[in-house]
Design a protein around this ligand. Structure first.
Ligand SMILES: Cc1cc2nc3c(=O)[nH]c(=O)nc-3n(C[C@H](O)[C@H](O)[C@H](O)COP(=O)(O)OP(=O)(O)OC[C@H]3O[C@@H](n4cnc5c(N)ncnc54)[C@H](O)[C@@H]3O)c2cc1C
Length: 394
């Protein structure tokens, strides 16, 4: 097995997989991707995979738009596998305090050409008549949004990347980067060494440890989130859109058949758990609480059946925004991590950005400087003054 490459990617979640495909598509040379557990074994495999474009930052909105286009036209753009995208629409319910912020976001989205609009509680009822709307001041509606599937996307990117010659190795763990002077020279793994001029670390929570050795401070808090799957009652009727209930801090996402996924908004809701590789069910009291919130919005659904409850880990950064781009501490080192529970939809765009940065030294998608990993050590956090932005809508 060859142990030299031009580029090594650490991590086989949606981000590593997307970056591998984007680089290979542009003919970036010999690429090896190392994944210690399995493709999409981390957060990507547990993701609710909601694809919306409601972001406070215009830059992340643009990244999300890139993803929406790719998920929705996977066959033509990637050409291998599928994304599992279903355009069910994304409906947000607001209480009064958030409405001014939401209006600003919608105005920015419309400027960018996104089909999104503020709506009255009455219009919320036109879109989803089964919803309780007494406490809703306003809504926002993105008809072209929906959800895809994390495992399907990661595996499809990997298959497409393999077809383009990427060497995907499942099993070895990257223990550290190797370096000479101020340059990265490759990675040391549990079963050997690979030399490479470029290393891209997209290893979720584990990214922090790999960077720490080079004095890079990427503080990630691993927060284990519960998801409850319920089967709606037979009289419920047809599918509902994705409902982002900002008032009850909960989201409801339709799953196949008559199932609904219920998850939490607050990225810090759940136990901190560094044992991120473990597979753990959701607690019964968490499932009951989530079902109660679903039934409070959709009357009659207190009789919905609990189907299963599972957990997945958010890699929360201090400002709940990701870090991606070049790492200044070591030439040739790049990072993409700290996605804080909303990174699925960003994975196509961040893969493009990282491939542009590696190949061209710059990207035309957005200004990446605000997302530099060094901002944490500098205390220059994104949107520190804006509470709305910091609370994930994922
Ligand atoms: C329950 C849940 C619901 C979510 N819902 C949404 C949503 O609706 N919409 C949205 O946009 N986002 C959502 N997210 C967030 C999204 O899923 C993540 O941001 C995204 O999957 C992160 O992908 P990743 O590739 O960075 O990380 P991961 O998927 O965690 O992949 C990192 C990989 O690196 C590997 N690795 C780690 N260390 C090493 C090492 N030393 N050597 C080799 N391999 C290593 C791991 O095994 C892992 O497979 C959700 C997340 C969870 C948990």
């Amino acid at each position: 097995m060859a142990n030299t490459a031009d580029i090594v990617i650490v991590g086989g979640g949606v981000h590593g997989a997307s970056t591998a495909w984007h680089l290979a598509k542009r003919g970036a040379g010999k690429i090896i991707l190392i994944e210690k557990e399995g493709i999409a074994a981390g957060a990507s495999g547990w993701s609710s995979a909601i694809v919306r474009m409601h972001y406070t930052l215009e830059s992340l909105t643009r990244v999300a738009m890139y993803g929406r286009e790719m998920f929705g036209d996977w066959k033509n753009i990637v050409g291998v596998g599928e994304s599992g995208f279903r355009q069910v629409g994304f409906l947000i319910l607001f209480a009064t305090a958030e409405v001014p912020h939401a209006r600003e976001v919608i105005a920015m989205q419309q400027r960018l050409g996104i089909n999104a609009r503020m709506i009255t509680p009455g219009e919320v009822g036109d879109i989803e008549p089964r919803l309780v709307r007494d406490d809703v001041t306003a809504g926002a509606w993105e008809p072209n949004s929906g959800h895809a599937d994390g495992s399907t996307v990661a595996n499809s990117f990997i298959s497409a990347a393999r077809d383009l010659g990427v060497d995907v190795r499942i099993g070895p763990e990257v223990l550290a980067m190797t370096s000479e002077g101020s340059r990265v020279t490759g990675v040391a793994m549990s079963d050997g060494v690979i030399s490479a001029e470029t290393v891209i670390v997209e290893a979720g929570f584990r990214t922090s440890d790999l960077l720490a050795e080079y004095g890079v401070d990427l503080p990630i808090t691993p927060v284990r989130h519960a998801i409850t799957v319920v089967e709606r009652t037979p009289d419920f009727g047809g599918i509902h859109p994705i409902v982002s209930d900002r008032i009850a801090e909960t989201y409801f996402r339709p799953e196949a058949g008559s199932l609904t996924l219920i998850g939490e908004h607050d990225p810090m809701k759940g136990p901190v758990d560094e044992d991120v590789e473990a597979v753990k069910p959701a607690e019964l009291n968490e499932q009951v609480s989530q079902l109660e919130r679903f039934a409070a919005r959709f009357p009659g659904q207190d009789s919905a059946s609990l189907v299963r409850g599972y957990t997945g880990v958010y890699d929360c950064s201090p400002d709940f925004m990701p870090a991606f781009g070049r790492v200044q501490a070591l030439d040739g080192l790049f990072v993409g991590a700290g996605f804080s529970g909303h990174g699925f939809k960003l994975s196509p765009g961040v893969g493009k950005i990282l491939s542009d940065l590696v190949i061209d030294g710059s990207t035309d998608l957005i200004d990446v400087q605000p997302f530099r990993v060094e901002r944490f050590a500098e205390g220059d956090l994104l949107g520190a003054e804006d509470g709305y932005m910091n609370r994930s809508l994922a």
